[in-house]
Design a protein around this ligand. Structure first.
Ligand SMILES: [Zn+2]
Length: 298
């Protein structure tokens, strides 16, 4: 069995999975900026030991998906907004020392893309893009069955490509990047409601202002996806994340925006599909990080 660790901005999930992606045992704890590195490591190690005992199999290896910038090749964490004291942590080395098995680390969007590729919406696709739309927009890109990496293993930040340079300033320093225009907070702001979920519920109830905000959200989501179709024309693009639980509100407008903006590529051959793994994508993705990482490079 494979140990999986999913480190997010608000929670840390840990689980044991078999080679078919079935979750045999799982634990979850809140994280947050007050969680120090030593406490965080103790927590992760304890949850791994508990789930390993519960699942009862032999631990083959450990995979990690982590929010924010990570050095996937070195297995270290970089400057993560939600976990400031974790910067520089050699996480895979710590795990290998504690458990005596190999460990691999990826950015969480890349991990989720690998999970959906193996066990979800991307099965069978050679060129696959996974996009998660929640507080932020994250994406992982798979080309010819392999995760795409930038220079020195860098994770390309597709959620921060600029859609409208006259748009709002993002924490990344750019104006009008995709996340700043189509992330959950942008949807909430447009409707003047506290959360994207509240906007979706109001829109489903027929509220006119919420429906207008949803229409704009779908347009900006569609523009970013249309850019991905024009740039890569992949076999499949899968959409996941909290906002996409209400995908019925956005789907037609996204497809319309693709049709209107992708005139030079066979956009109709790129299948736009909902992600399939739902709340399990973090653990499934982390398990795939180990499976992919432990395969010999051809
Ligand atoms: Zn940005």
């Amino acid at each position: 069995m494979i140990g999986a660790v999913d480190i997010g901005g608000t929670k840390i999930a840990v689980g044991m999975l078999d080679r078919e992606g079935r979750i045999l045992a799982r634990r979850e704890q809140p994280s947050g900026s007050d969680l120090t590195l030593p406490d965080g490591l103790r927590l992760i190690f304890a949850m791994l030991r508990e789930t390993a005992r519960e699942a009862g199999g032999e631990l083959e290896g450990l995979g990690v998906g982590c929010t924010g910038p990570v050095d996937a090749l070195a297995g270290t964490l970089q400057r993560i907004e939600f976990l400031p004291t974790w910067q520089g942590c050699p996480l895979t080395a710590e795990l290998q020392t504690a458990f005596g098995v190999t460990a691999f680390l990826e950015n969480d969007a890349d991990a989720a893309a690998l999970g959906e590729l193996a066990w979800g919406a991307g099965r069978g696709a050679k060129r696959f893009i996974y996009v998660t739309v929640s507080t932020g927009i994250g994406a992982g890109l798979v080309l010819d069955g392999r995760l795409y990496r930038g220079v020195e293993g860098a994770h390309p930040e597709i959620g921060h490509h600029v859609i409208d340079p006259s748009g709002p300033l993002c924490s990344c320093g750019a104006h009008g990047c995709w996340e700043s225009l189509a992330g959950g907070p942008a949807l909430a702001r447009r409707a003047g409601l506290p959360s994207a979920l509240a906007v979706c519920q109001a829109a489903e109830g027929g509220d006119a202002a919420a429906l207008r905000a949803v229409e704009q959200e779908a347009y900006f989501l569609g523009l970013g996806i249309a850019n991905l179709v024009t740039l890569y024309t992949p076999d499949v693009i899968a959409l996941g994340g909290g906002v996409m639980r209400s995908r019925g509100l956005f789907w037609d407008k996204i497809l319309q925006t693709i049709r209107e903006n992708c005139g030079l590529v066979p956009y109709e051959k790129t299948r736009l599909v909902p992600a399939q793994l739902g709340g399990d994508v973090g653990l499934a993705g982390a398990a795939q990080v180990w499976i992919k990482g432990s395969q010999p490079v051809d």
